[in-house]
Design a protein around this ligand. Structure first.
Ligand code: FES
Length: 174
């Protein structure tokens, strides 16, 4: 058995594009590391910095946010808001001593299983090189609890309707 550090990664995946891209990677039997636990969200715009902070605080070594390509968001501009917020979140995490490479934003469509596999492979290697974040060390059994705890905050139904889309836009500062 290898002593290689295996990073624990959480992936917030938009259900309309990136989650299906992950499915396609699986059904296409593409090989990529098993380090990422996916959490389905209705839009990348639903993921705010507190979700990322919580994932890291609960034991993740890195967090991926993946959504629809610009122009393809099912809530019109959720991913543009995500793109605007992401650099600020990275800066905030940097202030807390978290290396910028521990968070990553990607656009992955439902047809891009190969891209999903590549992103997860790259991200796993990058976070492996950074080493454990060490905010909290968990056993393997705790990782599923971490995903449950974080996904409990990302209500998948929160943006399922037009009213929900409005809530996303209200919740996310311009
Ligand atoms: S619906 Fe996919 S990023 Fe908004």
């Amino acid at each position: 058995m290898s002593d290689q550090f295996e990073p624990r990664l959480i992936g917030f995946l938009c259900r309309w594009c990136s989650y299906n891209g992950a499915d396609l990677a699986g059904t296409s039997r593409l090989k990529y590391p098993p380090n990422l636990v996916p959490i389905k969200t209705n839009c990348s715009g639903r993921v705010d910095p507190t979700h990322v902070m919580k994932a890291l605080a609960e034991g993740a070594d890195g967090v991926l946010i993946a959504g629809c390509h610009p122009g393809d968001c099912h809530y019109i501009n959720g991913n543009y808001r995500t793109a605007g917020r992401f650099p600020l979140m990275k800066k905030m995490l940097e202030q807390l001593g978290v290396e910028p490479g521990r968070v990553r934003l990607e656009w992955v469509s439902a047809a891009e299983g190969d891209k999903f596999a590549r992103v997860v492979s790259e991200f796993t290697e990058e976070v492996r090189a950074l080493g454990p974040l060490g905010w909290r060390r968990l056993t393997d059994n705790d990782l599923a609890d971490t995903a449950d705890a974080v996904s409990g905050d990302v209500d998948p139904g929160a943006v399922a309707s037009d009213a929900g889309a409005g809530r996303v836009q209200e919740a996310v500062p311009a």
